[in-house]
Design a protein. Sequence first.
Length: 721
Amino acid sequence: MRVPDYENPDLHDPTAPDTFDRREFLQRLGGGIIIIVTLSDPAAWAARAGGGGGRSYPEDFNAYLRIGEDGRVACFTGKIEMGQGPITSLAQMLADELDVTMDVVDMVMGDTDRCPWDMGTFGSMTTRFFGPPLRAAGAEARRVLMELASESLKVPVENLATRNGVVYEKGREKNQVSYGQLAKGKTIERRLKVKPETKSVAEFQIIGKSYTRTDALEKVTGRAKFAGDLREEGMLYARLLRPPAHGAKLKSADTSDAEKIEGVKVVRDGDMIAVLHPLPDMAQKALEAIKAEFDVPAPRVNDKTIFDHLVKNAGQGKPVRQGGNLAEGEKLAKTLVEATYLNSYVAHAPMEPHTALARMDGDKITVWASTQTPFPLKSQIASALKMPEGNVRVLTPFVGGGFGGKSANQQAIEAARLAKLTGRPVQVAWSRQEEFFYDTFRPAAVVKIKSGLEPSGKIVLWDYNVYFAGSRGADQFYAIPHHRTLATGEWRGEGGPHPFATGAWRAPGNNTNTFARECHMDIMAAKAGMDPIEFRLKNLEDPKIIRVLKAAAEKFGWKPAKSPSGRGFGVAVGMDSGTWVAHIAEVEVNRETGAVRVKRVVCAQDMGLVINPQGAIIQMEGCIMMGLGYALTEEIHFEGGRVLDTDFGTYVIPRFSWLPKIETMLVGANEPPAQGGGEPAIICMGAVIANAIYDAVGARLFQLPMTPERVKAALAAQPVG
């Protein structure tokens, strides 16, 4: 598979809006067979993909592919590659339906001039929602090729078959024609009256098999290009004046010393002051020469007082789900359990900071950006520069981690503004300090739960209110007759009670909600005097989550025992993006220091049909490792709008030395439809570790992250004797 050359893309004339006519579309793509698949019932694709919440493809959505004269297949998708693997799994889906080998598929991703519109890459939605129409495109393309071959070979279509990019006559395989031969010298648009069915599981040759990531060699050898690796002739590096705190207002700025540095350009444009130079270190030197004064508002809240502040300013809650009668449930309950759970703000901390390169070409602009949302960015740039969207092209090189944080595109808009103002190519690459300061943090949140148990261990009451984490993962899945779940307060955006911007962070909201729910389940199990897994099984009805939990328990070698047993074993279950997960962990707790070492994690996952098992397992392992961070160390300290963590000296992310033994299982891997796999395995990490800590030492943690100081405080709070 070839990876597109992001340094030197062939610039087509982007004068038209995103929706352009067929003639222009064909001209842009060049020669070859063009297959256009229009979804007559877009909502059906979302249903087949296991979607919900009103999500569906727009009526004019088309999935595009091109078969070139050389037989290579280009797949155009607005999705991007940031380490989660669609550059491989999408190619597998197309190759299987089209009957070509993987090595002839070229992925063209995140190019707003060449790819169909897409809302962005997030929510573990690529396989679930883009996969079905992509497979349909492959199936229709294959049928069109067979019709063309029928005309060429003078053989009825029903007597033809396909294999490895060739259409041949059954029983006379030498009577054949290749896809490339059929496409040579032609640009053909053809629609089928009857849409062919996509392949069944039994027919798969490529889907369901493990493939090494097709971008692996480039990444391990350093040949892969990220936005910060790109260079343009005459390019300037930009550094921008930043406030010391969110909410600060610029009083004055003296740039005279910066202007004295040879080769420096100083740009003032509204709220932006930037210095630019052909060398990045000289641009930084010029920035440091600016004398600026800011009005910084007095802090109203900090990382200690934020939780009371959020609850006081939350407003009215919105029902997520409810049933039965809470008063009746409380009457039935013989044991009531109430608890409050907290989590702090968490940064995305990607390896690659936000970066963008912008270049003006006459009245058009091209922007190479580290972004999860190239098409929304296109609109944002057009708005900021007051130019038609057709004059803006966004290209997305490899992205060095996003986790939801690169849905915001401030750096790309800054680069675009500066390129237009200077007439030169401009690169804006945020420093690590800027990355922390302008991050859209996972929001601090509070969860309050009141529950009730019968003597048998059946849960009869569940009153759940989550503040500022949102509803994802909040809707409990246990069999509880009297229940109510409320989501209170906005979890993303700027303004409101948050002192800075907040936004999506890998499985947004679900980490918080699963932590609270599954910790509370363990507390109830202990109150009932039951083993944590037996307690869950007693209160579960969905056969999929029961199957996943039992699979994890068998893999782990779980022996029933009441907590705390002293073994340091914990369990948690959850669901995200249509995927059920169950985690069991073993931890070791140092009572003197409060340090927690996670020794082993077993994760069973039912994500339906698995496209690339190796890729799915890599994502599970990555989620587990990343989850150690939000569970044990990651939190943003702040005073008002001043962010106090600006590098990895104080903000501690997981290290290689933390790596536990990780064992994964893919349950139901051949059962369609395919569900999300980039996020589910992270959601249980806070809860499974908290529950394992309790099982080890009898100390219950109610706040994430579970730092050594908080572990020691929980140990000290244990009743004597």
